[in-house]
Write a protein that binds this ligand. Structure first.
Ligand code: CMP
Length: 134
């Protein structure tokens, strides 16, 4: 069993599709291990997305990710990392395959409905970031 971190981002939360997205995870044998709905601070976003801090879209990313509540989910299942990324579809919803979460629910490349860890190393870092072990 593998774990991965998913974030349902502010645009999807505002569209009231949290349940529809969770249904896609559960229908594809991904279980919810931990989950919380929170509002991120700019500091949270700067730390979480540290690798993107020099990208031109970083200020936009911070504004967007702090614009409303997000749902942070630890998903668990066989090949959870790649499975979640397949279910999400491409970063740019215009390039996302039909039926993927981003194709169905994303607004555009910046406001793209969901985040998913891209490797085992980032999954561990991202899960520890939001659900630190006591
Ligand atoms: P995510 O997979 O969470 O990782 C970085 C985020 O930056 C990405 O989703 C988008 O929300 C956002 N972003 C905005 N513009 C771009 C871009 N041009 N390329 C990649 N990511 C972008």
């Amino acid at each position: 069993m593998q774990q991965t971190l998913s974030i349902i981002k502010p645009d999807a939360v505002k569209k009231n599709v949290i349940g529809k997205i969770i249904d896609i995870f559960e229908s594809n044998d991904l279980e919810i291990n931990q989950m919380k709905k929170i509002k991120l601070s700019s500091e949270n976003v700067a730390q979480f997305y540290a690798e993107h801090k020099n990208r031109p879209f970083f200020t936009n990313l911070k504004d967007y990710m702090t614009s409303g509540d997000v749902v942070i989910i630890v998903l668990e299942g066989e090949n959870a990392i790649i499975k979640n990324r397949t279910l999400m579809g491409a970063t740019n919803p215009k390039e996302a395959e039909t039926g993927t979460i981003r194709q169905r629910f994303a607004t555009d490349i910046s406001q793209n409905a969901v985040h998913g860890s891209d490797s085992e190393t980032s999954a561990k870092r991202e899960i520890d970031f939001f659900f630190p072990k006591i």
